[in-house]
Design a protein around this ligand. Structure first.
Ligand code: GLY
Length: 376
């Protein structure tokens, strides 16, 4: 079975072979964009290239970006731990073209990587394209449709509306129509009863979106209007944790080797067992395995928990985790800080900033836990 580290590396190697420069993740905390508290997509760090405010150093880049979707337009916090495929912090694998290649290459390469390198079953893949929006003067995505028709039978190409198929990073900023790739991970008998195409974008836990190919062509202005951009760009985002789960054949992101080490550590610390179900105990394990990543990487990127702004969001995530272990795992001492060394080692070669500040991050988390446990 491919490990998560191999899966990440294959992505980067694939786009390197297509002449992309591999760049580091931007920090998870955004300091220079008043429209965002945290990085919510791989494209954030390239916003000025899309808008034409800065000239890109490379026309093609790829990376894995630490993202956090817990505030603003993209907010998944309440789903996290309750379901098996949303996260606070997640890695977004992405490839970008700044005025270079466009729909044909982006679509063909995403298909090549998924089906030839990762060897996903073509029969289980569905794609969506934008149906257009006359009220905003945006046409249907006929080019994306034509490109997909070269690769996949037409009955697995679905049209989607603005909610699913027009991607925007926030209330303002670069945006454009998008084409998503979904995977149907259900067992064969279930697939025979209900075709996967009926479950795409319907919040089914086993029929999930893994990759979004956005074609950035507009800037959303403050007054709500769309301004066409001088150049056309590609912005893709693939959910790494979901991809690994699909490739490793698991029913839940938490059953992959990304999270299994942390879950085993929580079992050891608390003496409780994780059973992958829907009980409060199972949810607590998932909440801890998820939240420790968001908390640790955000602190490592320079954001301390506090009573305002981004710091308050981190404090809320940390306290959500503490409440779960206190109430549902019956553990009444600081727990989260004990998970930091394991996480730091796991990500040593991907996001080395955590291992470099491991003691500091553990100390901050422990102090926060101590203070909140006292109030509990
Ligand atoms: N920017 C692409 C995405 O987040 O889906």
């Amino acid at each position: 079975m491919m490990t998560s580290a191999q899966i990440r590396q294959h992505f980067l190697d694939f786009f390197k072979s297509k002449q992309h420069q591999i760049v580091p993740s931007a920090p998870i905390v955004v300091k220079d964009d008043p429209t965002l508290l945290f990085t919510n997509a791989g494209m954030n760090q390239f916003k000025d290239y899309f808008l034409g405010n800065k000239k890109p150093v490379y026309a093609r880049v790829a990376d894995t970006q630490k993202c956090l979707r817990v505030s603003g337009k993209h907010n998944d916090l309440e789903e996290v731990g309750v379901d098996t495929y949303h996260h606070t912090m997640f890695e977004m694998l992405g490839n970008w073209s700044f005025g270079d290649y466009f729909k044909a290459e982006a679509i063909a390469w995403s298909w090549e990587l998924l089906t030839e390198i990762y060897k996903l079953d073509k029969d289980r893949l569905y794609v969506t394209v934008f149906e257009g929006d006359p009220s905003e003067g945006i046409p249907a995505s006929t080019i994306a449709l034509a490109e997909w028709k070269k690769l996949i039978p037409e009955d697995r190409i679905l049209f989607g509306n603005k909610k699913d198929n027009f991607w925007e990073m926030g209330d303002t900023g670069p945006c454009g129509p998008c084409s998503e790739i979904h995977v149907d991970c259900r067992p064969e008998e279930e697939r025979k009863k209900i075709p996967g195409r009926e479950l795409v974008n319907k919040d089914h836990p086993q029929v999930i979106e893994i990759w979004n190919n956005v074609f950035i062509q507009y800037n959303r202005l403050k007054d709500g209007s769309l301004q066409p951009l001088p150049m056309r760009h590609v912005d893709t985002g693939m959910g790494f944790e979901r991809l690994v789960r699909v490739i490793q054949g698991k029913q839940s992101n938490y059953d992959t080797d990304i999270f299994s080490g942390t879950i085993a550590a929580v079992e050891k610390i608390t003496g409780k067992t994780y059973d992958a179900g829907d009980s409060k105990q199972a949810i607590s394990f998932r909440v801890l395995a998820d939240h420790i990543r968001a908390i640790s990487f955000t602190i490592a990127d320079g954001q301390l928990p506090s009573n305002t702004g981004a710091g308050y969001v981190i404090r809320r995530i940390l306290r959500r985790a503490v409440r779960y272990y206190y109430s549902c795992l019956d553990y009444h001492q600081p727990l989260l800080y004990q998970l930091v060394p394991l996480l730091a080692r796991q990500f040593e070669n991907v996001f080395p900033e955590l291992i470099q500040q491991q003691d500091f991050v553990s100390k901050v988390i422990r102090e926060e836990e101590d203070a909140f446990l006292r109030t509990l």
